[in-house]
Design a binder for this molecule. Structure first.
Ligand code: GLA
Length: 385
């Protein structure tokens, strides 16, 4: 996406005006899926693709917004109780409201925005949009919220205005990302560290099945509920302990509530406990430079997401099988699931053969060409000069 095109669109829409330009990225996640809302660890990084917005305060209380990608325009009063209907504008509306709640004096503004992070691909296009406006509006209206406040404003937007009870990973990765580095975040304490990620001899590549996922109102919230049911059952058994999330639960705890919880809830909690162990195994492996072990854990995550957590789909399982057949080091569903991408850790010498085979086999079976996205770890939310 080019800054010049966005500025030209802004000028065309708003009487030749100029505005400030902000950008926020989508993300990948190496491992730690559906662990964020369970108080666990995640391992994301920002990507080069993202959302860019031109924004200019307009001296009124009205927001005038144009989405270039959807060719859609909306206006609403900043303090309107309901806000716009179209989802893409609800993100902008929600973030502005959440910033106001956090003390930023957001007034009316004109904006044009566009992105190159594929929608519904599990790369967090929505978090990119939220973070772009959280960062930009805080800057333009002289707010003093921290990057963490921006993350929380984005997450609250999902919860309150979109209907997706997401965790914190996507907004965190979008706001805090740094080029060339993954981040290991403890979602309970919110402590994190940057991990330079440059696996010599391997590439990270996404294969987008182009099955669009929509997390709002989806089984995503059901998965979260299953985890909470199990937590409540374990807490009831152990009033002497403080059990907030599955992070606080052991395999023995899970065993003990097998009779009280539904088999489905138990299966889902089993995936989460397994993923907690896998993230730690991957951290150790990365410290040793053992990418074969990282890959093994990725396959195990896929299996858990597919069989126990049940957030895969036929197309993603097919792509995972192809990766295995081609000898790819690691492959799994990335993000919320129900469609979108697989993330693949591939040896340099296998890359061409894998990509060719994945595209051809997928086309032959589903008559859709999957999109190949080479991962470049980029920067988080920022102003573009
Ligand atoms: C979506 C959510 C995140 C996280 C992932 C799964 O991307 O927005 O909070 O739960 O799914 O790891």
């Amino acid at each position: 996406m080019k800054k010049q095109d966005l500025l030209a669109a802004f000028a065309a829409k708003f009487n030749g005006e100029k505005g400030a330009v902000y950008a926020s990225p989508g993300r990948i996640n190496l491992i730690g899926e559906h662990t964020d809302y369970n108080g666990g660890f995640v391992f994301p990084g920002a990507v080069e693709q993202g959302i860019m917005a031109v924004i200019r305060p307009n001296g009124t209380d009205t927001v005038r917004a144009y989405s270039m990608d959807l060719d859609d325009y909306a206006e609403w009063a900043v303090n309107d109780a309901k806000g716009p209907e179209a989802t893409c504008f609800r993100f902008v509306y929600g973030v502005a409201r959440e910033l106001i709640e956090r003390g930023v004096e957001v007034k009316g503004f004109n904006t044009v925005f566009a992105g190159d992070v594929p929608l519904g691909a599990g790369m967090s296009s929505s978090a990119a949009l939220e973070s772009c406006f959280a960062y930009g509006l805080n800057d333009l209206f002289h707010g003093s919220v921290t990057r963490w406040d921006m993350v929380l404003a984005g997450q609250a937007t999902e919860h309150k205005y979109i209907g997706c009870n997401c965790g914190i990973m996507d907004q965190f990765a979008s706001v805090f990302g740094q080029a060339g580095k993954l981040m290991r975040l403890d979602c309970r304490s919110r402590e994190f560290e940057y991990f330079p990620f440059d696996p010599k001899g391997y590439k990270l590549v996404l294969v987008n099945s182009c099955v669009k996922h929509e997390l709002a109102g989806s089984p995503y919230n059901d998965r979260r509920r299953s985890c909470e049911n199990v937590v409540a059952a374990i807490q009831a058994l152990h009033p002497e302990r403080k059990i907030e999330t599955l992070r606080d639960c052991t395999w023995e705890d899970l065993e003990a509530v097998k009779g009280t919880c539904s088999a489905e809830d138990i299966k889902r909690a089993k995936y989460v406990l397994g993923e907690k162990d896998r993230v730690l195994a991957v951290c150790d492996a990365l410290n040793r430079g053992d990418y074969e072990e990282v890959g093994k854990q990725m396959y195990l995550t896929h299996e858990g997401l597919s069989k126990d957590y049940e957030v895969s789909c036929e197309e993603l399982d097919f792509l995972n099988d192809i990766a295995k057949e081609c000898g790819v080091t690691g492959s799994r569903i990335m993000g919320g699931g129900f469609g979108g991408c697989t993330i693949n850790l591939v040896k340099d010498e296998l890359y061409d053969a894998f990509v060719k085979r994945a595209v051809e086999a997928f086309e032959a079976k589903y008559h859709v060409t999957p999109k190949i996205i080479d991962v470049v770890i980029g920067d988080g939310s920022r102003k573009i000069d």
